[in-house]
Design a protein around this ligand. Structure first.
Ligand code: DC
Length: 237
């Protein structure tokens, strides 16, 4: 039996990875794996240990976290009871549907800080691979091509300029009834990219074997079409 197809999509916040990945997965008939949702679920679960969550929220760099706190965060990540439903678009944590809660901006911030903890990344690694093992996946995140699926059939690096990403993220927030000024969203996204790209373990970076797509002037359909062409050239769908 041939190994199922794995498409890895990495890129900074607000580049449109989720929308594009979901549509691409649908077109290819593959499961959609949103790994950011796992880090976000961990961020929610950390909220049950307020002192630890508070220390993580206040982190400037992960080096400032004690080894006990790192180990505890890793244990919490390893014990997450998660299940994806409805084609990977809904997520349950301990049986509770957290699909909406994990999208809150402060959850994304904590996810970004917690994701720099090596013990957390180690704890979530096998889970991510297991989720794609049987049926393959369109997997999106920050380290899909570099760490989780280095042997992925096709790797993409999806980006867009900062203003465009801030506008898209601002649109998402407004649609959720939580509008924020564009300059604030832009500042937050820039800080998050800086953190996600500069951490010591599995930083966001553009790999030499990833196909870069700049979605600034493209809509979702155009990005997906481009990806389908690349996949039919390089992959074996
Ligand atoms: O893609 P997202 O905004 O849902 O991800 C939330 C945070 O989780 C992101 O800022 C960094 C972290 N993350 C990660 O470190 N590695 C991944 N594969 C996915 C997300």
């Amino acid at each position: 039996m041939t190994r199922p197809l794995i498409v890895a999509i990495d890129g900074p916040a607000g580049a449109g990875k989720s929308t594009v990945s979901r549509e691409l997965a649908r077109r290819l008939g593959l499961p959609y794996l949103d790994t950011g949702a796992l880090y976000r679920a961990l961020a929610l679960a950390l909220g049950q240990v307020p002192e630890l969550a508070g220390r993580i929220d206040g982190l400037v760099t992960v080096d400032d976290l004690s080894s006990e706190d790192r180990a505890r965060a890793g244990e919490i990540a390893g014990a997450l009871a998660l299940s994806f439903e409805e084609g990977g678009t809904r997520l349950r944590l301990d049986g509770r549907d957290v699909s909406v809660d994990i999208r809150r901006p402060e959850v994304g911030e904590r996810a970004s800080r917690a994701s720099a903890i090596p013990e957390v990344r180690a704890a979530l690694l096998d889970l991510q691979r297991d989720l794609a093992a049987r049926q393959g996946a369109v997997a999106e995140g920050r380290d899909m091509g570099s760490v989780v699926f280095p042997g992925a059939d096709v790797k993409f690096f999806l980006t867009a300029d900062l203003t465009c990403r801030a506008r898209r993220r601002g649109g998402d927030l407004a649609a959720r009834g939580e509008p924020a000024p564009e300059y604030v969203v832009e500042r937050e996204i820039a800080a998050r990219d800086q953190r996600d790209s500069s951490r010591a373990v599995a930083p966001l970076r553009q790999l030499p074997d990833a196909i870069a797509i700049d979605s600034t002037a493209l809509d979702v359909g155009q990005v997906v079409e481009r990806m389908l062409i690349e996949i039919s050239r390089r992959g074996s769908p």
